[in-house]
Design a protein around this ligand. Structure first.
Ligand SMILES: Cc1ncc(COP(=O)(O)O)c(C=O)c1O
Length: 307
């Protein structure tokens, strides 16, 4: 739940957002597991380790109920992006991957947002110390300058597809613009710049400042949680910090905060009641200060109106 994977019939079916029901989605046979967001979904008295175990138990119960041979794969973002920047609970991937391996179910990392540096490593799965069976990449692949995506298969899935393709003489699957040479050229250059011109190092250098800034703003009585990884972060607005009670949806709190930021020339995204930041890898510490100063003004202004 809460994961975002796209808008085609299948990727929207994998997406764990209720709004896809207006399109008659998900299609049958797509199963969604609980969102591993401990702050929001942890039960009273439940430790983070117990919460992670509950997520893992749910996975195993689901596999047993459905039958492992009916399951094509497990899809997850290392950090949920459009769900509101939600890092998984502590030890999540270490808890679920052995279960997937036990039942021979591939783990596919949707790295469309996390990939190529966003979390401080080339891949989000490196940040979370797991090796997926396949990676989906886009966005940073071309630094956003050209629409392109990539599916990167590990040897096992690749061999299986190869063998299946030989049986029918070709791999009967591809888009008109697959492997587009302009996209490939831009991707190669963008990867070169990100990997070899110190951008990932800059993400790493800035991450502690980013976290400090988020933590400082989270001292506000109407911010329930700050969260993030690398240079993706979120502040979650709450009407009541102790009970984590959200604001009345009709107040559109996160939209108002985002609009108050836009008025000052800062773009951030409202997602649910969270305000999400995803700054450029070339950010400087001075720009980071400016970003937080603007966000702080926006928060103060909006909370003065609604709280
Ligand atoms: C994690 C993730 N996966 C997949 C997608 C879908 O990518 P596209 O819009 O290129 O299909 C997105 C888009 O935001 C995304 O954030």
């Amino acid at each position: 739940m809460n994961a975002y994977h796209g808008v085609t019939a299948v990727s929207a079916s994998m997406t764990g957002k209720p709004y896809n029901s207006v399109f008659g989605l998900p299609l049958d046979n797509f199963i969604h597991l609980s969102c591993p967001h401990y702050w929001r979904f942890g039960k009273d008295g439940e430790t983070e380790a117990q919460f992670t175990q509950r997520m893992a138990d749910e996975l195993e119960e689901t596999i047993k109920r459905e039958g492992a041979d009916t399951i094509a794969g497990f899809f997850a973002e290392p950090v949920m992006g459009a769900g509101g920047v939600i890092p998984p609970s502590e030890g999540y991937f270490q808890a679920i991957q052995p279960i997937l391996q036990k039942y021979d179910i591939p783990l596919i990392a949707d790295e469309v947002i996390c990939g190529f540096g966003r979390t401080g490593n080339t891949w989000g799965c490196e940040t979370y110390d797991f090796m997926p069976d396949a990676i989906i990449s886009s966005k940073n692949l071309t630094a956003g300058y050209f629409p392109m995506g990539a599916v990167i298969l590990g040897p096992e899935l690749s061999d299986r597809l190869q063998a299946a393709s030989e049986a029918i003489e070709e791999f009967p699957h591809g888009f008109t613009a697959s492997g587009h040479p302009v996209g490939c050229a831009i991707a190669l250059k963008a990867i070169d710049v990100v990997m070899n011109e110190g951008l990932i190092e800059n993400v790493r250098t800035l991450t502690p400042l980013f976290e400090e800034g988020l933590a400082r703003l989270a001292e506000n009585p109407n911010i329930g949680e700050w969260r993030g990884k690398g240079l993706m972060g979120a502040l979650e607005a709450v009407a009541d910090k102790d009970t984590k009670r959200p604001f009345d949806g009709s107040l559109s709190v996160s939209e108002r905060i985002a609009n108050a930021c836009t008025d000052q020339g800062l773009i951030c995204r409202p997602l649910g009641q969270a305000v999400v930041l995803c700054p450029a890898f070339i950010l400087t510490p001075a720009q980071m200060d400016e970003m937080f100063a603007k966000l702080e003004r926006a928060l103060k202004g909006v909370f003065a109106e609604v709280a």
